[in-house]
Design a protein around this ligand. Sequence first.
Ligand code: IYR
Length: 217
Amino acid sequence: MRPLDFEELPPGDMVVRAVSFQARMARRRTVRDFSDRPVPREIIEACIGAAGTAPSGANQQPWTFVCISNPEVKTRIRAAAEQEEREFYAGRASSEWLEALGPLGTDANKPFLETAPWLIVIFAQRHGVDRAGRRIKHYYVPESVGIATGLLIAALHNAGLASLTHTPSPMGFLNEICGRPDNEKPVILLVAGYPAQGASVPDITRKPLSDIAVWLP
Ligand code: IYR
C-alpha cells in the first residue's frame, strides 16, 4: 500500500467544477458527419491513456484499443461494416428496432469509416493469457470496458474532438482486420475526428435529472 494522492478542493471550487464539467459534457453530441482533417496521434494517445485509468475488475484492465489511421485498413473496415449493416437494415433488424432508430436517420451507408482520421476499435479481453499460455479469468469485463469507453469518449470531447460509438453487428470481422486473438471481443468501433463543416445532429433531448436520479429519504 502507499499513501493516496488526493487533491482536496475548496468547497466553492467543487461546485464550480462540477457544474462546469456538466456543461461541457452536455455539449457532447454523437456525430455521424466527419471531416477528413487530420488529428495528431499525440492527442489520441493521451485520450487512450485517460481511458486506461478506468477502474476495472481486479485491476485486470481487460481492454485493448486498436487505433487505425491507415486509409487502406479503413477502407476494409468500411466495406465489411457496410455489408453487415445492409443485412441489418434489410431484414435482420426487427421493425421495432428500426422504428427506434428512425429519429437518428441512420442507414447502411457508413462513409465516416473512411473519412474520419481515426477509428479506435475497443476490444474486451474475455479472459487473459499468462506467459505459459494458460487462461487467466477476468472479472466484470463488460462493466470495466464500458467505463473505459466512457472515459475515452469524455477525453476525446474534452480534447475538442467529435466521436461516434458505432456498433456494426456482428463485429467479428474486426478481429481479422485488426489481428486480434479470439479471447478478445470487439465491442465498439469508435470514430473520432473533427465534425464536417456544417454537420448537423438529430434534434433529440436528454432526460432531466428528475427522470434519471432517485433520492431516497
Ligand atoms: N449498427 C447500426 C444500427 C444502430 C443501432 C443502434 I441501437 C443505434 O443507436 C444506432 C445504429 C448502425 O450503426 O447503423
